[in-house]
Design a protein. Structure first.
Length: 162
């Protein structure tokens, strides 16, 4: 039973640290958004934050996967939007191609699928594109520090205090 309490407490610590990481990242992006007058938060960044802070060891959370998949989804989304006007059949083909490219290059990051859909609907301007990649950098930098904090807390022996 003592092991279960340790495991439960460890889970509470991990969950809290993940939440704090997401909080810090979004608040920082919000402040930056206010200061620059630019939208810095788009929905896919929320999904990226979940992966970075809740599943930091997942292949989906690797910085290379994140940047590459966003780049692939943005480029293909812009091409589809330019040449199809965002009609649904080409959008579906482009999403399929986005997934195929992520698989072939082994840089899968699920939030990039949502990014692709935003781009194909004409909701991602070049200004927003830049701020999206700045947002990714900020999320990843904060996740590096959050992971260090997580490791320090999880290395502590809380069992003696329960």
């Amino acid at each position: 039973m003592h092991k279960n309490k340790e495991k439960d407490f460890s889970n509470i610590i991990e969950s809290t640290i993940a939440g704090i990481g997401a909080f810090l990242a979004i608040v920082f992006l919000g402040i930056l958004s206010e200061q620059t007058g630019t939208i810095m938060i788009i929905a896919p960044l929320g999904a990226t934050a979940v992966l970075l802070y809740s599943a930091p060891n997942s292949p989906f959370s690797k910085p290379l996967n994140i940047f590459s998949s966003y780049l692939i989804s943005t480029i293909l989304g812009m091409i589809i939007l330019k040449y199809s006007g965002g009609s649904w059949f080409p959008v579906g083909i482009g999403l399929a191609l986005t997934i195929i490219m992520m698989h072939l290059l082994k840089v899968i990051h699920p939030a990039a699928g949502a990014n692709y859909l935003i781009v194909t609907q004409g909701e991602l301007s070049f200004v927003l594109l830049g701020s999206t990649f700045i947002g990714l950098v900020i999320l990843i930098i904060i996740s590096i520090y959050i992971e260090k904090i997580r490791k320090k807390f999880l290395l502590l022996d809380f069992g003696n205090e329960l």
